[in-house]
Each structure stands twice: as C-alpha cells, then as structure tokens.
Design a protein around this ligand. Structure first.
Ligand code: SAM
Length: 188
C-alpha cells in the first residue's frame, strides 16, 4: 500500500477480492478511479457496471478509462445507484464499491444522500454473491454533514451477523471527523 488514505486502504481489499471474469459494480463513479481499478482487476472476461447521477462524472470517467487503455469491459450508467437491482441478477456480483460524498471538483450539492445510499446498499446485498464484498468510504462533517453517515452506520449495525460480516475501521487518533472505511462480506 503506497499510502493510508481511505481510498488506498479500501483499494487494497478490493485488489484482494476481485478476480478475472468477475462482475463488479462501482456505485459512485465520480472521476472513475474505482471504475478503472475494477475494470483492470476483472479483465477482458469480466464486467463493470458504474453508476452516477451526473453527466460530468460519466464524461470524466470515460476519458479516464480511455486514457488509461482500460479493458473494454465497462458500462457507464447515468442512473442512481438506488436502481442498481435493475441491472444485474441477484447473487451475481463479487465486488461493489461505494465512495460516498460529492464529485471532487463538482457541485457539492449533488452529493450522495442517506436515504438513497441505504436503498442502494440494500440492493447491493441482494446482488452480491456468497463471499462477495462491498467496500464503503463514508465521510462526515463539512459539506457532508452527519445525517448520511449516521443513517449508513445504523443500517450496517442491524445486519444479520449470520449472513454478513461488517468490518468498520477507524482513523483512531485523527481529529475532526475522519472518514470511515467499512467492508461488508456476504457469508451465506
Ligand atoms: C466521492 S464521489 C465518487 C468518487 C469516485 N469513486 C472516484 O473514483 O472518483 C461521489 C459520487 O457519487 C455520485 N452520486 C451522488 N448521488 C448518487 C446516486 N444516487 N447514485 C449514483 N451516484 C451518485 C456523485 O455525483 C459523485 O460523483
């Protein structure tokens, strides 16, 4: 791992999870960093579905993937992640990535919201195959506020521990509402 930023931390687990040929979802496409990572990891026999509600994100991601010569294995969708269940079969996805918040360099008002984030996470659990993983980068404070963080954490807490393993990490000595990395593994 080159650094211990939240995205680098989660990427390490994503690299460990995704195999050639997998179906993966980037639930918050943004500028395409996670879409590119997933595209490379699942390779030409795999597939990535990437969601965002902003045209600006799709354009930035398309350019990012083109420039990086990513495998031709992705579909960029101008669609809310709250509708992701319409795009994949239940039990078919090995890795789903959520990086909540707003598009860096974009409109902060078009950030993810607690209610739709929880809807999307509920659908993600259905789409995930056994052994599949969801990675979450959760932010709070500043423009993000606290409502979304609290809604997501409350939802995670009530997941059935026989069916899902939830691992929440912590930047323990960092002040001012540090980001929260979480992994969810589907056990059965
Ligand atoms: C922090 S950014 C994601 C960064 C991205 N992972 C990257 O590598 O650049 C969060 C993104 O979520 C998007 N977003 C907000 N609400 C959404 C929704 N309901 N469905 C899908 N994407 C959404 C925003 O438009 C923004 O681009």
């Amino acid at each position: 791992m080159n650094n211990y930023q939240i995205t680098a931390w989660c990427s390490d687990f994503i690299r460990n999870q995704v195999q050639d040929g997998d179906l993966c979802i980037d639930a918050t496409m943004g500028n395409g960093n996670d879409t590119l990572l997933l595209s490379r990891l699942c390779g030409s026999t795999g597939k990535v579905l990437a969601f965002d509600i902003q045209e600006q994100a799709l354009n930035a991601t398309r350019e990012r993937l083109d420039t990086a010569n990513a495998p031709d294995n992705y579909t960029l969708l101008l669609e809310s992640h709250a509708n992701m269940a319409q795009y994949a079969e239940p039990g078919s996805v090995n890795c789903i990535v959520f990086n909540f918040g707003y598009l860096p360099g974009g409109n902060h008002a078009l950030a993810t919201r607690g209610e739709t984030s929880v809807q999307a996470l509920s659908q993600a659990l259905i789409l995930l195959k056994k052994g599949g993983m969801i990675s979450l980068c959760i932010y709070s404070g500043g423009d993000s506020g606290f409502e979304e963080r609290d809604q997501i954490l409350a939802w995670l807490k009530q997941l059935d521990s026989h069916k899902y393993l939830v691992i929440k990490s912590e930047y323990y000595n960092r002040p001012n509402h540090p980001p929260i990395p979480v992994l969810v593994i589907k056990l059965s």
